[in-house]
Design a protein around this ligand. Structure first.
Ligand SMILES: Nc1ncnc2c1ncn2[C@@H]1O[C@H](COP(=O)(O)OP(=O)(O)OP(=O)(O)O)[C@@H](O)[C@H]1O
Ligand SMILES: [Mg+2]
Length: 335
């Protein structure tokens, strides 16, 4: 049965229809501007606009609506990886609420908690700890988000945080080198480290590629459309436009590379015997010209663009692959 994965970004709404599974068979890939600019509506007019935009996207492209999979924006989520003594599933489920209270800064009456055991030692008799990923979300915000789909007659079959989808889209194996994933959208950048095939750390940075456009607008004196065009065309290329675009962008890019360096340092502090061996870039914003060599130079590691369609077949689009990681990860989940 075909599934539909939706990634409601603040810049574009991305939808992929296809046959889900380990190797996705892609049927349709569509994208439309999110003219509302927001992901979670806060009032009725915003809800109506979002319902209309998504409804039109589905009917214009005849997208399937029986198995609809959604990602939650990282901005309404608090993620934390904790160490605790080895517990069984039953023990964990009774202990987890109390753990969450300590680590997740969302009041209990507002909290929807999900958790996932990342690592459980084989035996309880040594001092090895288990690692659990806690994902806390604000109930009211999730309800407002789901409401949009309920208006369209859709009961989502899967709702998960974006970074889990992105990680799944990359098909990690235990033997893979320790990787920093940089998922850069328009207004958020999520940094995550995957170590021995397992998510070790997640950090959200509340800005993204739109900051670069705004910087260009004010530094070079361009309107929003021109700035967007210059960013995409010239980016960090020093030979273009007398290097003016690059010069203007560099301070804003530095804020992002500083966050990446901080994430790498944090990971190494927690795992002194490990090191980040490569950086994988995901999200629309990472397609900035010259971004890959610039990062390789600053971070001193191998840097690559993620290839979310690598394990799939079917109607794979020509461009903008980097922006499709969330949708592809949602479809890769076997249910
Ligand atoms: N070729 C390109 N070069 C530079 N930037 C690009 C390019 N293509 C897209 N972008 C930028 O990527 C961003 C869109 O990426 P994406 O679709 O991942 O964002 P989003 O999911 O809508 O945002 P968010 O997740 O932050 O709400 C825009 O800021 C856009 O300007
Ligand atoms: Mg996004």
């Amino acid at each position: 049965m075909p599934a539909l994965a939706l990634d409601i970004g603040s810049y574009t709404i991305k939808a992929i229809a296809g046959k889900p599974g380990k190797s996705v068979v892609v049927d349709k890939v569509v994208e439309t501007f999110n003219t509302n600019g927001i992901i979670i509506p806060t009032d009725d007019p915003q809800t109506e606009k979002l319902v209309e935009t998504i409804g039109n996207l589905i009917s214009d492209h005849k997208l399937p609506t029986t198995d609809v999979r959604l990602s939650l924006p990282e901005s309404i989520i608090s993620t934390k990886i904790i160490n605790m003594p080895r517990l069984s599933d039953a023990e964990l489920s009774s202990a987890i609420g109390w753990q969450a209270e300590q680590y997740i800064p969302i009041p209990p009456e507002e909290l929807t908690l999900e958790y996932k055991v990342l690592y459980r030692p084989e035996k309880a008799d040594n001092n090895e700890q288990m690692r659990v990923l806690l994902i806390g979300t604000r109930k009211t915000l999730v309800d407002k988000f789901i409401m949009v789909f309920n208006y369209l007659g859709i009961e989502p079959t899967l709702l998960e945080t974006q970074i889990l989808s992105v990680v799944r889209s990359l098909h990690f194996e235990t033997i893979d080198p320790t990787t920093l994933i940089v998922h850069m959208g328009a207004n958020t950048t999520t940094l995550a480290v995957v170590h021995q095939g397992e998510l070790a750390f997640v950090f959200n940075h509340m800005s993204g590629s739109q900051t670069l456009t705004k910087t260009l607008q004010s530094a070079v004196g361009l309107d929003a459309d021109q700035a967007e065009q210059y960013k995409r065309q010239y980016g960090l290329d020093p030979s273009q436009f007398q290097g003016k675009v690059q010069t203007a962008l560099l301070p804003a890019v530095k804020v992002l590379t500083d966050a990446m360096q901080k994430a790498i340092r944090f990971f190494i502090n927690q795992n002194p015997t490990a090191n980040v061996q490569r950086v994988l870039l995901s999200g629309g914003g990472v397609q900035l010209p010259g971004f890959v060599p610039h990062l390789a130079n600053i971070l001193g590691t191998e840097v690559m663009l993620a290839t979310p369609f690598a394990a799939s077949t079917g109607n794979i689009p020509e461009a903008n692959h980097a922006a499709m990681g969330v949708c592809m990860g949602l479809l890769t989940r076997e249910m």
